[in-house]
Structures are given as structure tokens and as C-alpha cells.
Design a protein around this ligand. Structure first.
Ligand code: FHN
Length: 462
């Protein structure tokens, strides 16, 4: 027999369940439906748009590991560029015969990426020097012809899958070694007998291997700038890849629209590509076209003995300024010839990871703004939260303009407690807590009364 008490109790439980369901539906409905990304196949394929879900997931990740590696690590000079320059071509092109990185462990690299707070991974499959880091069906100048023989790319793919890190690949369009690529670099070989149609078939075949055999999720092209590669070639390659795998992301260096300084694309309608690629610099604030800064931990892309490395503070501030501009950061390490990432770089990445363990809520799944960056702070936002990344720990008060209709529900310090604040008709005034986490930046979370992505960009007048 049901007693009155059990009836009341069950009604209460049912009511709580209904409330939880209603709240979760409402809060999910608060999740922003990000505007469709503008990129795609360019003017030749105007209806071929960037895969919106793939782009949203990639932007949510915000932070990835870039790796430039190959037999050139034996020399310690720059990959591709030192061939025929600091290193005679005959010497450079024979390095693979000595390449035997016996201490290479893909799991170690990806475990480090994970500990650093990186969510995706991009490795050079073939750089400008033409060496393929997987056993390609289309060349013998590849990993299978080295003493090491192991399929580095497969091992990286499997390690990424094991650790839940998105697997991506860098591939150089230009190839200064291939006989049919018609632009030479410090190389006396004539090009009269060279046939770009033969080279393009080789390039497309290798790209198909990366997509079909290794299921890459990101094709990070480079080396698009020489006359041998045309705008039409770029759009054709973009379409070819998307026909193979629709939910892949392809950067703007597949085509000719890359603007070197800004790293963005001259015209998204004209040129193919899904995201912009400012290099060795932090891109400008841009919520219209997705972008990613690629930056080295040291000064060289490939490993160099005693390279001048950035500090962990510099790396953390670089990450903050990048996401504050609505970009992703692809941070590059150059592994050593024995297959290890050098201990100095390992420690730097672990430092970044420790900062992200406290402040990751203000990074992952966010977008830049709504307050435009300045020298003291940048902001990111997610749902009804605005995150203020404060890079100046001398500030005693932070004043943020409040757009009409915006109400502040709470302010708190990530990794800390609630923070005192006052509001008037125009501003939010935050009293900076006395005790702050370790430098180089602390993050405040401001919960407001509506989805922050609806706010327009707000300029800070200070
Ligand atoms: O020439 C390359 C360079 O070696 C490196 O790969 C960077 C990073 O993507 N991209 C080119 C320089 O713009």
C-alpha cells in the first residue's frame, strides 16, 4: 500500500527530475549556434562550404601541437630551407640513409601534448625537401628506405586515437627534390624536362594516401607560394580532398589566397581554404574567418642544438593573446634525431599544461571577445560566461563597459573564490583580489544574463 508519505516523496522526485530536464534543455538551447564558417572551395566551387561541425570542434580545441621532423634533424639545420644552402644537396639528400631514431615513441609525444593541454596534433608528412615520413606507394624517398623503416605516421595516428587527440598532417605542395616540380631552390638541375602535370599526379596520389590510409582530419598545406602552383590547382586539390572526406579541415595555404603577413585569405569567396594561418605571429582579432597562429617554441621549426627557446610565460601569453583574438594556437616542437623531444621543450610544455589545468575553462570551447584585446587583458566567452584573462597583475580594479540590458550574476577567479564587484548603468567594476595565482595571467569568470556570443565586439577605452 502506498502511504501518503511515499506519494509525496515520489511526486517530489518527479518534480526535481522535470526541473533538471527543463534546465538542461534551456541551458543547451543557450548553447550558441555558431554562424556557419565562411570558408570552402573558392570561386570554382562556391557551394562547397567548410564543414561547420568539424570547424566548431576544431575551434573549441583552441590549442594543438605542431611537429617538424625528418632526417634533417641529424644535421640540426632548418628542414627544407637548408638543402642546397648550409647543407650541400648531395649531403642533405643522403641523410635518410642514416636516419634511425631508435628512441622515438609516438605515445610519449602524444602523452606530452595531452599533458600540455593540447587537443590536436599536426606533423610534417613531407616538407619542402620531399622526404615522406610514411611508406608511400609513390616514392622510395620515404621512411621505409631508412634504417628505421617503421611507419612513423601510422604510429602517430594510433597514438592520437588512443589518447583522444585529433590527428592532423602538414604537407608541402612544393617539393624541391622531385624532378617534375618546376621550381628549383639552390639546385642547378634544369627544369626543361620537368612536367608539372606528372608532379601534380604524384602530389594528389600522396594526399589521397594521407586521407584514405591514415584518416587525417586536418590537411595543413604549405609551400603554395611559388608560380608552379596555381589558384586553379589549389581549388582542385581542395575539392579532391573534400570528395574523399567531407569532414576534413584544410587550411588556406592549399590555394593562393594566403596573405603572408596577416596569414588570412585575400577573399574567402575567391580562394579555397577553411582557416587562416598567421605564422610566427599572433593574428589580429577576427570573429568572421577562423584562424590559427603557428609559432615555434624555439627559433627553428626543425630541431636545432641549443636553439633559443621561449619562456613558459611567453608561451602562455602567446596562447592567451591568440584565443583572445578568436584564434587557435599551433605550437611547434622539433624532435631530436634520436626521436625524443628535448627535455627543455618537454618542461616548457608541461608548464603550459599546469596553467591550463587551472584556467582551461576560460580557453577550451570559447571564442574570442566580446571585449577587444588590449595590453592588459583579453577576453573569451562561452555560454553566459565572459572570461577576462588579465596579463597585468598590478591592476587593482578592472572596469568593463556594460552593454544595455546586460546584468552581471557573479564574478569569480578561476582556481579561486568569488570576487567583489559593483555595477552601475554603464560599467562593471571588479575589485582585483589581493591574492592572485602565479603569473603570467589570472582569469576572472563573469556570469551574465544572456549568451555572451550575442554581444557585439566592445572596445575598451583604456
Ligand atoms: O617554409 C615553411 C617553414 O619551413 C615552416 O614549415 C613554416 C610553418 O608552417 N611554413 C613555411 C614558411 O612560411
Amino acid at each position: 500500500m502506498k502511504t501518503y508519505f511515499s506519494y509525496v516523496w515520489h511526486s517530489l522526485i518527479r518534480g526535481v527530475i522535470l526541473l533538471v530536464v527543463a534546465f538542461s534543455v534551456f541551458s543547451c538551447s543557450e548553447q550558441p549556434a555558431w554562424p556557419p564558417p565562411p570558408g570552402g572551395g573558392g570561386e570554382a566551387f562556391p557551394d562547397l562550404k567548410t564543414n561547420a561541425m568539424a570547424m566548431q570542434q576544431w575551434q573549441d580545441m583552441r590549442f594543438g601541437m605542431f611537429v617538424h621532423w625528418g632526417p634533417v634533424a641529424l644535421q640540426g639545420t632548418e628542414i627544407g630551407w637548408s638543402r642546397g644552402r648550409e647543407v650541400p644537396i648531395s649531403v642533405y639528400d643522403s641523410l635518410y640513409l642514416r636516419f634511425n631514431p631508435m628512441r622515438f615513441k609516438a605515445d610519449e609525444w602524444i602523452s606530452l601534448a595531452k599533458e600540455a593541454g593540447m587537443k590536436y596534433f599536426v606533423i610534417t608528412t613531407k616538407h619542402h625537401d620531399g622526404f615522406s615520413i610514411w611508406p608511400s606507394k609513390y616514392t622510395d624517398y620515404d621512411i621505409e628506405s631508412t634504417p628505421f623503416k617503421r611507419d612513423v605516421l601510422r604510429e602517430m595516428q594510433l597514438a592520437c586515437e588512443k589518447h583522444g587527440i585529433l590527428f592532423g598532417t602538414y604537407h608541402s605542395i612544393l617539393d624541391w627534390k622531385h624532378p617534375h616540380y618546376t621550381t628549383r631552390y639552390n639546385d642547378p638541375r634544369p627544369v626543361e624536362e620537368s612536367d608539372m602535370s606528372i608532379y601534380k599526379e604524384f602530389l594528389f596520389n600522396q594526399v589521397e594516401e594521407l586521407v584514405e590510409d591514415y584518416q587525417t582530419n586536418i590537411l595543413w598545406f604549405d609551400g603554395q607560394w611559388e608560380a608552379s602552383w596555381t589558384h586553379q590547382d589549389g581549388m582542385e586539390l581542395y575539392k579532391f580532398i573534400r570528395d574523399l572526406k567531407d569532414d576534413i579541415l584544410i587550411n588556406n595555404r592549399v590555394d593562393k589566397g594566403y596573405k603572408s603577413m596577416a596569414g588570412m585569405t585575400d577573399s574567402v569567396a575567391k580562394y579555397a581554404g577553411d582557416f587562416g594561418t598567421p605564422e610566427q605571429r599572433i593574428g589580429g582579432f577576427n570573429r568572421d574567418f577562423p584562424w590559427e597562429s603557428c609559432i615555434t617554441v624555439g627559433e627553428q621549426w626543425a630541431w636545432k642544438p641549443d636553439d633559443q627557446l621561449k619562456t613558459s610565460e611567453e608561451l602562455i601569453l602567446t596562447l592567451i593573446k591568440t584565443i583572445g583574438g578568436n584564434g587557435n594556437l599551433l605550437l611547434n616542437v622539433g624532435p631530436m634525431p634520436d626521436g625524443r623531444i628535448e627535455p627543455r621543450q618537454v618542461e616548457l610544455l608541461k608548464e603550459v599544461g599546469r596553467w591550463l589545468q587551472v584556467n582551461g575553462e576560460g580557453v577550451y570551447g570559447t571564442r574570442g571577445g566580446p571585449y577587444l584585446p588590449n595590453n592588459q587583458l583579453v577576453t573569451t566567452h562561452k555560454g553566459q560566461d565572459v572570461f577576462v584573462h588579465v596579463m597585468d597583475d598590478n591592476l587593482k580594479e578592472i572596469i568593463l563597459p556594460l552593454p544595455e540590458g546586460i546584468r552581471v550574476r557573479a564574478v569569480s577567479l578561476l582556481g579561486g573564490n568569488r570576487v567583489s564587484y559593483t555595477t552601475d548603468k554603464e560599467n562593471l567594476r571588479i575589485e582585483v583580489p589581493d591574492r592572485l595565482p602565479a603569473a603570467p595571467a589570472y582569469v576572472l569568470r563573469i556570469r551574465i544574463n544572456r549568451p555572451a556570443h550575442l554581444l557585439d565586439d566592445i572596445k575598451l577605452e583604456w
